[in-house]
Design a protein around this ligand. Structure first.
Ligand SMILES: Nc1ncnc2c1ncn2[C@@H]1O[C@H](COP(=O)(O)OP(=O)(O)OP(=O)(O)O)[C@@H](O)[C@H]1O
Ligand SMILES: [Mg+2]
Length: 430
């Protein structure tokens, strides 16, 4: 197995070289920056291990440039953890929180190898793919869905706010599909994914000759979404200069292609999403306040997964079953400790991270039972001590048994209000 290590810190780089050099099955090349690595990476490499904080191109930009051609393991410190989470969006499956043991890195390397082999030989089942709808429910989610249902009936702009991976896009599609516009197009455009100088022409289109490369006229996404919904993802990344034009398009309900003086009428509902604090951007003069109010008629704040823990196990079970079927793994289930760990972990990458972890655990576990080792959450900083959550779960289970499931009695014994107890019973799946 050929591995590229990209790390600017010479001590760290050398110690990784030496440590991994002990394993004859791994062939290593190390690079002191991303540019260097890009020059030498070719088909012979199987895996890239990279740091995040590096001079020049940083680890995340580097991973973007690789465009999924290699499996990647990210090494991250606490300070760059939120950036490591971004990498999950780019398809990175394992990241290692520094400081880590060399054995943990070796385990991560072997996991990546095993997954690659198994996925390669797996029967390619079609029709699985992205599925729509919600994988699990919780009181917090029900409330949001009720709001989304009400918003769907109107043409009001909706602003979805929440951390990476909480389901902002899932909600955007949900609103579209439950709106009178459902049969018309849903067009998504991600401000962070398009080079800044192209955003304007993407949105509004252009006429032939509007700029050097405009050899043919092209309608923008506004026109493409006519009658339907335009989803502006990562709206906080929209260049300031384009914001005024967007505001005008929303207010006047018409757009002007670049290089044209003629306005075109469009009928679109705008949903936008951000994981940034737009208020801070406004204070820093990076986002227009008037546009913010225009986009924010109905604000929907999607809480992180750690604030709706009762969804963790049901989502995990569904994803597990789905992958067992997809890769023909037979039936598997989570062991007790694995469940405890799923509940105890913080899920900074939210549902996206949970789905990725469970998918790998399904493929990587040999037996019928998913073990904590297969989840590999300690690489993400989860301590293997018994979590408070697992102790609490055990205590509640014991008390419930003692009171023969009499909730009123149990809540008295635990000194916990019946409401809280009911919630915990749901959370812990008791
Ligand atoms: N409630 C949910 N039920 C089922 N799947 C979900 C749910 N929420 C999120 N997902 C899945 O999690 C992944 C991330 O969701 P989504 O892309 O909507 O997140 P996001 O909030 O837009 O994140 P980002 O800010 O990183 O773009 C997707 O694969 C999506 O299908
Ligand atoms: Mg998104």
């Amino acid at each position: 197995m050929k591995i590229a290590i990209v790390e600017d810190d010479i001590n760290m780089r050398k110690s990784l070289e030496i440590a991994i050099g002990d394993y004859p099955e791994f062939e290593i090349r190390s690079f002191k920056n991303a540019k260097d690595a890009l020059k030498h990476l070719d088909d012979s490499f199987d895996l890239v291990i990279t740091d995040i904080n590096m001079p020049g191109m940083d680890g995340i930009e580097f991973v973007k440039t690789l465009e999924g051609r290699y499996d990647v393991i990210i090494m991250t410190g606490n300070a760059t953890l939120s950036r490591a989470i971004e990498s999950i969006q780019l398809g990175v499956k394992d990241f290692l929180l520094k400081p880590f043991e060399i054995e943990t890195l070796v385990t991560a390397i072997k996991r990546s190898d095993t997954v690659r082999q198994k996925v390669k030989t797996a029967p390619a089942k079609s029709g699985d793919g992205e599925q729509n709808g919600f994988l699990a429910h919780s009181p917090a989610l029900e409330k949001l869905i009720a709001l989304a249902d009400r918003a769907a009936r109107t043409d009001a702009t909706v602003l979805l706010m929440g951390e990476s991976g909480v389901g902002k896009e899932v909600f955007a599609r949900y609103i579209h599909e439950h709106s009178p516009r459902a049969k018309k197009p849903f067009v998504a455009i991600n401000m962070a994914a398009i080079p800044e100088n192209l955003i304007e022409s993407e949105l509004f289109g252009f006429e032939k000759g509007a700029f050097t490369d405009a050899i043919e006229a092209k309608p923008g996404q506004f026109e493409a979404a006519d009658g339907g919904t335009l989803f502006l993802d990562e709206i906080g990344e929209m260049p300031y200069g384009v914001q005024a034009k967007l505001l005008r398009a929303i207010q006047e309900r018409e757009v002007q292609r670049l290089g044209s003086a003629k306005p075109v009428k469009v009928d679109v509902r705008i949903i936008s999403a951000t994981n940034a604090q737009l208020e801070q951007k406004i204070a820093a003069d990076a986002f227009r306040e008037d546009l913010y109010y225009r986009l924010n008629t109905i604000p929907l704040r999607i809480p992180p997964l750690r604030e709706r823990r009762e969804e963790i196990l049901p989502i995990a079970e569904t994803v597990l079953a789905r992958n067992c079927e997809r890769y023909e793994l037979g039936e598997k289930r989570f062991g007790e400790t694995a469940r405890d760990e799923l509940l105890a972990y913080g899920w900074p990458g939210n549902i996206r991270e949970l789905i990725a972890v469970v998918e790998r655990a399904a493929i990587l576990s040999d037996g019928e039972e998913i073990t904590p080792e297969a989840l590999f959450l300690e690489s993400r900083g989860l301590k293997r001590e018994r979590s408070i959550a697992s102790m609490e779960r055990e205590l509640i289970a014991e008390v419930l048994e003692t009171c023969r499931n009499d909730h009123a009695e149990a809540s008295r014994m635990l000194g916990m209000s019946p409401g809280v107890l009911k919630q915990k019973i749901e959370t812990y799946n008791l």
